[in-house]
Write a protein that binds this ligand. Structure first.
Ligand SMILES: N[C@@H](CCC(=O)N[C@@H](CS)C(=O)NCC(=O)O)C(=O)O
Length: 219
């Protein structure tokens, strides 16, 4: 009998897309894993050690081997869960979505880290009026060109569907202060897709889905 992997997902004590997509993927495939929550204090004290390969979270530990970088982690989970394609072109489509999620996060992050309220507001205005509409329009165009059977890039549900759903939830749930709640309405195809995913019972029945919806935080 094949021995099951010992999997740990390590992150801080709040939900964020980087770790949520891995949790949703593993739960969808009924793959057992342990959630490990680290305090900020512990992380800051140890972030330069080999426990954190790139000095950041999340990390995934599989049988004592550590994987960092969200894109590597979600591909790994997706392969375990059979939610990452085999076909090289389909893989490239999914990968583009994971990279999109990283890009858009790096555009938003400075406004999250900004402590000065006036500067924070100015950064959010630029994001709201300019940057996010442009990047969301890229995403909608990508969807229009590539979607099959309502799924984002292939005819089968893949991790890219979880990534897009989770990113759109983040951008449009009102938790990013000073970002227009109606931003998504300007992109009807994407809005339709978001509603399709938000009503997909294979996702909404998951424990992780309930936790995400319950624990949304302001950033
Ligand atoms: N390239 C990394 C970025 C991860 C990242 O930005 N992690 C943040 C939390 S969401 C972090 O660890 N911040 C603390 C730090 O950099 O010291 C990935 O794709 O996972």
């Amino acid at each position: 009998m094949q021995k099951s992997n010992n999997i740990k997902l390590v992150y801080f004590d709040f939900p964020f897309w980087r770790v949520d997509i891995c949790r949703l993927t593993l739960e969808l495939a009924k793959i057992k894993y342990k959630n490990v929550v680290l305090s900020k204090k512990y992380f800051l004290k140890n972030k330069k050690t080999k426990e954190f390969p790139f000095g950041q979270l999340p990390i995934l530990i599989v049988n004592n081997k550590t994987i960092a970088q969200t894109s590597a982690m979600i591909r790994y989970c997706g392969r375990l869960a059979n939610l990452y394609p085999n076909d090289p072109m389909e893989c490239a489509l999914v990968d583009q979505i994971i990279d999109f999620a990283n890009d858009i996060t790096y555009l938003i992050s400075p406004s999250i880290r900004e402590k000065d309220e006036v500067k924070k507001k100015a950064k959010r205005k630029k994001l709201n009026d300019n940057i996010l509409p442009r990047w969301i329009s890229y995403l909608e165009r990508f969807f229009i060109i590539n979607n099959v059977n309502n799924y984002f890039v292939t005819e089968k549900f893949t991790v890219s569907d979880l990534v897009v759903w989770r990113i759109l939830l983040w951008l449009t749930s009102g938790k990013l202060e000073n970002i227009d709640l109606k931003l998504k309405d300007k992109f009807p195809k994407l809005d339709e897709y978001f509603n399709f995913m938000s009503n997909n019972s294979s996702v909404t029945n998951l424990n992780e889905y309930s936790k995400i919806m319950k624990n949304q935080i302001n950033l």
